[in-house]
Design a protein around this ligand. Structure first.
Ligand SMILES: [Zn+2]
Length: 193
């Protein structure tokens, strides 16, 4: 294959990923991180394809969210975040050993996989709370490993996320949410034990 063909294919792959991410209202910085495209080219793509379409896409400005509190504020939120985390693990964006985690920057293939995870999450969770950018924040927080960690419940085997700085760690959100009323008390005591 000629060098120009290769370059063309590389550029096309970047544009396709950028368009997919713009469709999810990703921020420019996140699109730049995965595709390596300049802010100016991303802005032009947005204007050409989305701004004046039948269903205009909102362009989010500024930085991606970085707080972790809202991701696990309630057991239901934690359950939702857990669904997304399990998809990230299954698709190789997260690894149980953080030193083995694949490089994400400029990685078109993993950018598409991240989009797939988000699309699957939206299909699985009715009235999903996580936006694309909150999902991205969740992935980055877990890869940093200094605030959020993954635990597995001994009772129901669910993988869920915990605030590593909270003492004690919160319990399994599924067991806390779906325990019969008579067991709620003991479930709560377990969490606080
Ligand atoms: Zn459980």
């Amino acid at each position: 294959m000629r060098a120009t063909d290769l370059r063309y294919r590389g550029e096309k792959a970047k544009f396709e990923l950028a368009l997919r991410m713009i469709g999810h209202e990703a921020r420019t910085g996140t699109i730049r991180y995965f595709t390596g495209l300049s802010d100016d080219r991303i802005r032009k793509l947005y204007t050409s394809y989305f701004k004046y379409g039948d269903a205009p896409v909102r362009r989010r400005r500024g930085r991606s969210p970085t707080q972790i509190g809202p991701l696990i504020k309630t057991p239901l939120r934690a359950l939702e975040s857990g669904v997304f985390v399990n998809l990230l693990l299954a698709n190789g964006l997260l690894t149980s050993d953080p030193t083995q985690a694949p490089k994400l920057q400029g990685n078109i293939e993993l950018g598409h996989k991240f989009c797939e995870c988000y699309e699957t999450y939206c299909a699985l969770v009715p009235r999903a709370n996580l936006s694309f950018e909150w999902g991205w924040n969740l992935l980055l927080s877990l890869r940093r490993g200094d605030e959020l960690g993954i635990e597995r419940c001994d009772k129901c085997s669910l993988g869920y996320i915990v605030d590593l700085l909270a003492v004690p760690h919160s319990g399994c959100p599924a067991c806390a949410t779906f325990a019969p009323i008579s067991n709620r008390r003991s479930a709560k005591e377990e969490v606080l034990a």
